[in-house]
Design a protein around this ligand. Sequence first.
Ligand code: NDP
Ligand code: MG
Length: 383
Amino acid sequence: MKKKKIAVLGSTGSIGVQALKIIKEFSENFELSLISANSSDKLLLEQALFFQPKHVIINTESGYSYIKKNLKSPFTKLHLGDQALCDLIEGEDFDIVLVAIVGFAALLPTISAIKSGKKIALANKETLVVAGQIISSLVEKHDGNIIPVDSEHSAIFQCIQGESFDSVKNIILTASGGPFRGYNKQQLENVSLKNALKHPNWNMGAKITIDSATLMNKGFELIETKWLFDVSFEKIKVVVHPESIIHSLVEYQDGSVIAQLGEPSMYIPILYALNFPKRIKSSAPKLDLIKIKSLNFEEPNKKIFKHLGLAYEAIKCGGSYGCVLNASNEVAVSAFLKEKIRFIDMIKIIEKSIEKITFVQNPNLEDLLEIDLETRKFANSII
Ligand code: NDP
Ligand code: MG
């Protein structure tokens, strides 16, 4: 069997590292052809020395010099910066491009992958929050192929295989509720960064962990669902399920509800996306229902976790709303991670940004790049 050539964008992150473990475990199926990072030079060098991919890309000049000095391989070429990454995605031959870069930075590489007809395994969700309309049109134009990696969307994707999408009545996204589930307004005022970074079920990168604590992550996943599966917002529901065993459900017109279950681990969604449409024997953690005993469900509290409501607004309004929501959230989360602001200040920064930045109904890509910058500038100015 011919090995699939894989490009992992954001190979030094939480998803990236897990993907490389899978590629190593199934080295008879996969060949790692490209890895990239923003600034994590030591880990990127380690990965380059171990896997000997054809291309390694880093964004910082210091990281570039460090790797250049230490990477003595005749097989691997080193490149610097975003543009080099986009050029390689467009010009080289890959069977799958796994987009595991965090945030807005994944937008242009994802567009390069779609335009050059690459099959995409998409972990990054911010791209669809910012530019869902543009991405969808490009996918249609280039006959694109996006396999979701986000666990909820992987679940939905698995639940609709072999079904007619017309018969879907509702999509039900599950949410763990994060570390502050059940908190009231007063309790949220005093939460620490340390506690916000302690997700009850999932071990992820810092940004998405904070997004999970505010429920922005679930809000983003609503928008991601709309664009990945072309459904109207009325059909997308969220239910809090603290055990994170059911990863999402699809309700059909005949009353049937199909769910996908598994231990909370990204191993299966990544493995599934890389092997789709096949399933292969794996070392995934086994689901033991007897040990789990019971599963619980509750309504999300939209009054306390206002980020979720903003995401519904973003779907309803469309246009540049998602771009402003994402950029102000990125700035707010980054400031919270640096302990410059409190947990409850994040929503204020987002709300003020949405109020301040002029709404554009049909933005093109250049407009979005500008709106992103303008929003970041404004959000930073109020911090
Ligand atoms: P991490 O923060 O752990 O990793 C992010 C990766 O992106 C790193 O390799 C990082 O490089 C790279 N990166 C950061 N900024 C830039 C930039 N400006 N240009 C190029 N590369 C950059 O994130 P996660 O792995 O947690 O998440 C990645 C994406 O997947 C996110 O969009 C997240 O929402 C989504 N996702 C993650 C899940 C998880 O379990 N972690 C689950 C579902 C979805 P460096 O190391 O140098 O900073
Ligand atoms: Mg998810």
